[in-house]
Design a protein around this ligand. Structure first.
Ligand SMILES: O=C(O)c1cccc(C(=O)CC[C@H]2O[C@@H](n3cnc4c(=O)[nH]cnc43)[C@H](O)[C@@H]2O)c1
Length: 240
């Protein structure tokens, strides 16, 4: 099993690698355009490469594309902290995406926001494998829902309400998932997005972000994830 995990910042990357042991013992591999932190999956069942690719969908897409060069990979995971929509995804909870949605990719019109698909081109969502989402949710306790990819962190109740009106199945928002998925899709590699909720989506209150708790939840989730990913890549990848 070979998995590429893409986070935004080094603190998130280290929260992932910490699930596999001492961060100081992680092997660093430089590949053109990306720096991979490689850990051995428990039980000798493969490798997990973790990449802090930068914030936002463009940085995420570019760094994922470079990271994929060192493949082949069975799966790409967009992971990190994120904002949770209240009351579905409270601070400290985990969300696994059953849809990775580009929430602000489109056009404003007199009738409201229209996604690129409504304009007749592009795509505005990627769908992770259903059986994998189900198994990851069961193993980690994550709830499954749509995770919105936004270029601007939501900072008002009005914007949160508008996003929910446009995407009623949204559970969380973050800034990289759609970019990671766009790169993965171009090489035919399945994608997953997993977020630990650090803050509520709504009026900006940076002091209320529980980043440490969310990073700890991310570490805990990855500790439970590997047997699921290993089973899925071995048995189910081709029929889900
Ligand atoms: O300051 C720190 O110590 C620190 C440690 C880890 C991560 C951070 C970040 O700021 C990560 C930025 C990353 O987080 C996602 N995120 C988190 N909350 C939201 C949100 O409400 N709306 C959108 N994105 C969110 C996002 O993917 C950022 O790239 C800081």
């Amino acid at each position: 099993m070979r998995v590429l995990v893409v986070t935004a910042v080094p603190a998130e990357r280290d929260a992932v690698t910490r699930a596999f042991g001492d961060v100081s013992e992680v092997a660093v591999r430089e590949v053109p355009g990306a720096r991979l932190h490689r850990v051995d999956a428990p039980g000798g069942c493969g490798v997990v490469d973790v990449l802090a690719g930068g914030a936002g969908p463009a940085a995420a897409a570019a760094s994922t594309a470079f990271g994929l060069v060192s493949g082949p990979y069975d799966l790409v995971v967009s992971a990190g902290i994120g904002g949770g929509f209240t009351p579905v995804a409270p601070v400290g909870s985990l969300v696994v995406a059953n849809g990775i949605v580009a929430a602000d990719l489109g056009a404003e019109t007199p009738e409201g926001f229209v996604p690129v698909t409504g304009l007749g081109f592009g795509r505005d969502r990627h769908l992770p494998p259903r059986s994998l989402v189900r198994d990851v949710a069961a193993a980690t306790g994550a709830l499954s829902g749509e995770i919105l990819t936004v270029s601007t962190v939501t900072g008002s109740a009005e914007r949160a309400a508008a996003l929910l009106a446009a995407h009623p199945r949204a559970a969380a928002e973050a800034m990289e998932g759609f970019g990671v998925a766009e790169a993965a899709e171009r090489t035919g590699v399945p994608v997953l997005e997993l977020r630990a909720v650090s803050n509520a989506v709504g009026p900006r209150d940076r002091d209320a972000w529980r980043i440490g708790d969310a990073l700890a939840a991310l570490t805990g989730a990855f500790g439970k994830l590997i047997p699921v990913l290993e089973g899925w890549t071995r048995h189910e990848r081709h029929d889900s």
